[in-house]
Write a protein that binds this ligand. Structure first.
Ligand SMILES: NC(=O)c1ccc[n+]([C@@H]2O[C@H](COP(=O)([O-])OP(=O)(O)OC[C@H]3O[C@@H](n4cnc5c(N)ncnc54)[C@H](OP(=O)(O)O)[C@@H]3O)[C@@H](O)[C@H]2O)c1
Length: 315
């Protein structure tokens, strides 16, 4: 996502180096969405996929409308200028074709419903997604930021391979209902923003550390006062990292990896040095003392999305 959107200016050349290096390191679970740069992130991946398609496990998503002229819910466009979700069969079929074309591939390994559309019964959305599997355009199905109830309903239509939701040391919402449901139904949990959108690495000490056009400037946790308060969280991660001679990013990822194989963290970066650092997390082993210390971190100040976007979660 951050290579094309939301976290400062894109640098496509460096991003291509990151992608090539990722494959050398065996980092082959690649996550994109049609939303990221309105298709630009899928286009960015295409030349690398053209060379290495068989080495990549490719995930993309539909559902967050990136071009308002595409939505079948005209009234939604008018009512909610900020965030539009479309789960109609006609819409998702067209978006799948768009993604295949932009990525330059015959099939997507994991196709996610990015957000649940409350206007469309999930069985209808998933009925069409299942047809995409039957037609060979898509190999596995996933869902993002859904409630446990929607997860179960989707799973009844077609096995859910993975749910992708925000999960990290400062966003522990999935622990209450979603993780137990995943364990019960044998669904993988893909943890997005596992570095707390960069905050847990300790590199963001003030709003001034973020580029002017950065989306995080609108995120409540990154507002000046909240951010100053939240630094205690990054400091705690740093403290555990120092015990291991590891980086804070590695500790934030190792904490997720320690929970079991069904959790798949997907950190994002547009720099080779951060990619290499993050890949090193696989060899950091936290002790039970470290984990207890990290688990004792109190929740942050501020919600994880601006108010208008919070309504699209857990539906
Ligand atoms: N399903 C959804 O709704 C949803 C929402 C958000 C994200 N996602 C997915 O999850 C992926 C990861 O999430 P994310 O990018 O938001 O969050 P993240 O991995 O928690 O954080 C990314 C940020 O951390 C920085 N960073 C990465 N590695 C670092 C390191 N070792 N040391 C210091 N800083 C480091 C990056 O900097 P640079 O950018 O400068 O490299 C970037 O600013 C996205 O690419 C996207 O595919 C999904």
């Amino acid at each position: 996502m951050g290579m094309s959107w939301a976290y400062g200016a894109p640098n496509n050349e460096e991003s291509h180096r990151v992608l090539e290096r990722a494959l050398e390191l065996g980092v082959n679970h690649w996550d994109t969405a049609d939303l990221y740069g309105a298709g630009a992130n899928e286009v960015l991946l295409a030349p690398i996929l053209a060379k290495h398609r068989d080495k990549v496990f490719l995930a993309t998503k539909f559902g967050n409308v990136y071009d308002r002229s595409l939505t079948s819910h005209q009234d939604l466009v008018e009512q909610n200028a900020g965030w539009i979700v479309d789960g109609t069969p006609r819409y998702l079929r067209a978006r799948c074709e768009d993604s295949l074309r932009r990525l330059g591939v015959d099939a997507i390994d994991l196709y996610y419903q990015h957000r649940v559309d409350p206007r469309v019964p999930i069985e209808e959305t998933w009925g069409e997604m299942k047809r995409l599997v039957e037609e060979g355009k898509v190999r596995n199905l996933g869902i993002s930021e859904a409630s446990a109830e929607s997860l179960r309903k989707a799973h009844a239509v077609h096995p859910v391979a993975a749910i992708q939701s925000e999960y990290s040391l400062w966003t522990r919402d999935p622990e209450a209902e979603i993780l137990p449901t995943c364990r019960e139904l044998g669904i993988k949990f893909v943890a997005y923003s596992p570095l707390g959108r960069g905050f847990l690495t300790g590199t963001i000490q003030s709003v001034d550390d973020l580029p002017q056009e950065d989306w995080r400037r609108s995120n409540p946790r990154f507002q000046e006062e909240a951010l100053a308060e939240n630094l205690r969280i990054a400091d705690k991660v740093k403290e555990v990292a120092a015990r291991h001679g590891a980086s804070p990013a590695q500790v934030a990822l190792a904490w997720l990896l320690a929970e079991g194989e069904y959790i798949v963290p997907i950190p994002g970066t547009k720099r080779v040095k951060y990619l290499e650092d993050n890949a090193g997390a696989a060899s950091v082993e936290l002790s039970s003392d470290d984990i207890a210390m990290l688990n004792s971190i109190q929740p942050p100040v501020g919600t994880r999305y601006p108010e208008a976007m919070m309504g699209t979660l857990n539906r």
